[in-house]
Ligand binder design. Structure first.
Ligand code: ADP
Ligand code: MG
Length: 358
């Protein structure tokens, strides 16, 4: 890949058409760049705002070739793309396909994190019921079964408590490759959003506090109230991961805050829902930062100019749009999704307030 920065007017290919792709397109347009989106769904949020839309499956070779022919650099907005399909075009893709492959499978992801000497919840690979029973014995009779692939918003997960009759459910649970994880008694969930440029320079946002409801992110607050050593630990985790992944772009890292320090939950090789707050509370948010990184541009500032609180708008909550739009100091983002299904992410708002002095 060339080290020369792409010039304004260059074209970025984006695989995936959801709200993350949509906001990448908007950030690219702000910088005078063009976008071509590839996704299987004509009504996709990103299809509405890109310069050109290629409507094919993610592993459609003809579609991917068309994307290569039409663009200067290609990125992706979600990790459930078959990495094998991208191997043929990997020279053009950032973040590197290797990062997509590692993070797309919880077993390879957590093994990689542990190999870097970074803290991650104890886990075992579940080949069969014996492995499940052994793992549960190791973790005191409790744990969380997670499918290795395709989990999101708590889907593909089963929590086993001391009184769960797991034997009855285990056939269903083990139908797909899965891991068992130790339950972490965390005090809060945090995340760190970090960018690495083509030249290896990094830019890390302050830690963000995340609150979930029904396993779905509800609220993200930046800057999180953390002490200097926690902020440094979060930055160290982010810096180590992007360096070892030889990464270019934005990486999202989900963290558990525990009495023993921060523990990594998972990594996302893309812009991240918890990072939406950066786009309104900083001069350069995660979407623009990602575009800058993959086009070889200098990274921008990550210092917030305001305190930001992001709230996701789920399902029919979007019917209250007049309330959001009418609220003072509130930035409103609606994704243009045609139908409001239960728990579907329809948009988000960011409430800004002055940064506290201490
Ligand atoms: N090992 C664990 N211990 C305690 N809570 C967990 C653990 N793993 C996941 N969770 C809870 O479940 C949520 C979703 O799990 P996660 O692994 O992040 O999957 P998803 O891909 O759905 O985001 C986490 O944000 C956290 O609240
Ligand atoms: Mg998660």
């Amino acid at each position: 890949m060339t080290r020369e920065p792409r010039k304004p007017g260059a074209t970025i290919g984006i695989i995936g058409g959801g709200q993350l792709g949509r906001m990448m397109c908007q950030a690219a347009a702000k910088l005078g760049l063009r976008t071509v989106v590839l996704a299987p769904d004509e009504d996709a949020p990103a299809a509405q705002v890109c310069n050109r839309f290629i409507c094919t499956a993610y592993n459609d070779i003809a579609g991917l070739r068309e994307l290569v022919a039409a663009t200067d650099v290609i990125t992706y907005e979600f990790e459930n793309i078959p990495a094998d399909a991208l191997d043929t075009i990997s020279a053009r893709v950032l973040p590197p396909v290797s990062a997509l492959r590692i993070s797309g499978d919880r077993l390879t992801e957590k093994t990689f994190i542990r190999e870097q000497g970074l803290p991650v919840a104890d886990f075992v690979d579940l080949g069969d019921q014996d492995a499940l029973e052994e793992g549960l014995a190791m973790f005191g009779g409790t744990g969380i079964v997670k499918t290795r692939r395709f989990g999101y918003d708590g889907k593909g997960q089963w929590r086993i408590d001391a009184d769960t009759d797991f034997r009855q459910k285990s056939m269903e649970m083990l139908a797909q490759p899965a891991i068992l994880e130790r339950i972490i008694p965390f005090s809060r969930e945090l995340s760190v959003i970090i960018a690495r440029g083509a030249d290896g320079q990094t830019a890390c946002y302050p830690p963000i506090e995340n609150q979930h409801e029904n396993h779905i992110l509800r609220r993200s607050i930046m800057p999180a109230e953390v002490d200097a050593s926690q902020a440094e630990a979060a930055r160290h985790i982010g810096e180590t991961l992007v360096a070892r992944l030889d990464y270019v772009g934005i990486l999202g890292v989900e963290l558990f805050e525990t009495a023993e320090g921060l523990i990594i939950n998972e990594i996302a090789p893309r812009v991240h829902n918890s990072g939406h707050v950066t786009a309104d509370a900083c001069a350069v948010g995660q979407f623009e930062q990602h575009i800058r990184a993959i086009t070889g541009w200098p990274l921008g500032t990550t210092a917030p100019h305001s305190h930001g609180e992001m709230t996701n708008i789920l399902g029919h909550e979007i019917d209250n749009w007049t309330e959001f739009v009418g609220s003072p100091d509130t930035c409103v983002h609606l994704y243009g999704k045609p139908q409001a299904r239960k728990e579907r992410k329809m948009g988000h708002i960011v409430r800004l307030s002055p940064l506290s002095k201490n």
